[in-house]
Ligand binder design. Structure first.
Ligand SMILES: Cc1ncc(COP(=O)(O)O)c(C=O)c1O
Length: 367
């Protein structure tokens, strides 16, 4: 049996007729950008994330860049960020000329270690970027928000992986001044190309982001040097369909995660993921083990594809070499980067495939 890490066409295969029909309608209408679907999507995103304003942009990478620009990050400004994330979290800071200040993660949930956050804040800190990782949200997100507010520092949430997640009724994209989400094709709500959105409750931030994403234009006149960052009507319609089906998608992802948890329970050599919030979306299923690389090879030899999120810390990426950055003790992140292994997880993985993966993990440790 072969179990791929992800099946990109899962949503299309399950909703083919609806997708083709809405695309036909949009192509015939001749309205390809910022039409009724994009406007409806922005309304629905604001509702889903319980925010006043949502702006769709070309990607979450752009969303993060615009968010940092809107809070005024410029050359030499320090931005606190965890080192354990996708490289886009770092790119956005560097694109603004910011100086990344890497603060360690918690070994329990791989997100920012709150115990180390306050010590890292100085007069030079101009923003904090917090990442909601692997389909969970930070269990102390409210406290992080309070720390940021107490110090007068904008808090930007990289919620790329966190659409749909709630903790005690509060959306993972509600915390902080600005949240950024991704519709990359691997995400729980995705485009088939790229896409992202910025969410905020502040009208000035919203207006600035709208301008940045649309050539700096406000009421027909360019006011600032902006960018061209948007999604098409076709992508907006596709994302809207995914939002409509999000409860079913999340239910299945949670079911897959529970199946993994129950079948892998009791293997001493692996640490299973912790559930940190009441409504996770289970975007990734990440286990940890000292024998990560041997296990990965064994699974590969048996047709099971896995990935490593993240083998290289942001503080070790080539793109920071030769630039100014600060790094606190990152021992938890360093350990995680050597131990984590992401197993295949998506709505249409079959129960047989899940069992096949688990049997091979058990067999590896019983050899
Ligand atoms: C944590 C995190 N931040 C940012 C991004 C960037 O998102 P996009 O691909 O929409 O630019 C991703 C995408 O994988 C991500 O996982």
């Amino acid at each position: 049996m072969n179990v791929p890490f992800f099946r990109y066409d899962w949503f299309f295969q399950e909703n083919r007729e609806q997708i083709i029909s809405v695309h036909e309608e949009i192509m015939s209408s001749g309205r390809y950008v910022y039409g009724e679907y994009t406007q409806k999507l922005e309304k629905q995103l604001a509702e889903l994330c319980n925010r006043k304003f949502a702006t769709t942009v070309g990607s979450c990478s752009d969303a993060l860049f615009f968010a940092l620009q809107s809070v005024g990050i410029k050359d030499g400004d320090e931005v606190i960020v965890p080192p354990f994330s996708f490289v886009a979290t770092l790119d956005s800071i560097l694109r603004c000329g910011g100086v990344p200040v890497f603060v360690d993660i918690s070994p329990e949930h791989f997100m920012l270690d709150i115990a180390k956050l306050e010590d890292a804040i100085t007069q030079r800190t101009k923003a904090i970027v917090m990442v909601q990782l692997f389909g969970n949200c930070h269990p102390q997100q409210e406290t992080i928000n309070k720390i940021a507010q107490k110090n007068g520092i904008p808090l930007i949430i990289d919620a790329a992986q966190a659409v749909g997640i709630k903790s005690n009724g509060i959306s993972a994209a509600k915390v902080g001044d600005i949240a950024c989400i991704s519709f990359d094709p691997t995400k729980i709500v995705s485009a088939y190309g790229t896409g992202g959105a910025v969410l905020t409750d502040d009208e000035n931030t919203y207006t600035t982001i709208k301008k940045l994403a649309n050539h700096g234009i406000c009421n027909g006149t360019p006011e600032i040097a902006g960018y061209n960052s948007k999604i098409s009507e076709q992508e907006a319609a596709y994302i809207l369909l995914q939002i409509e089906k999000l409860p079913q998608t999340m239910a299945r992802m949670n079911e897959v995660s529970e199946k993994y948890l129950s079948q892998l329970n009791g293997i001493e050599e692996i640490v299973l993921p912790h559930k940190c919030c009441t409504e996770p979306n289970c975007h990734k299923f990440v286990i940890s083990t000292d024998k990560r690389d041997e296990l990965r090879n064994y699974l590969k030899d048996n047709g099971i594809e896995t990935k490593i999120h993240y083998a290289t810390l942001l503080s070790e990426q080539k793109i920071v070499k030769g630039r100014k950055f600060l790094k606190h003790n990152l021992s938890n992140a360093e350990k995680a980067s050597k131990q984590v292994l992401s197993l295949p997880i998506y709505p249409n993985i079959t129960d047989e495939e899940i069992s096949y993966v688990c049997q091979h993990i058990k067999a590896f440790f019983c050899r």
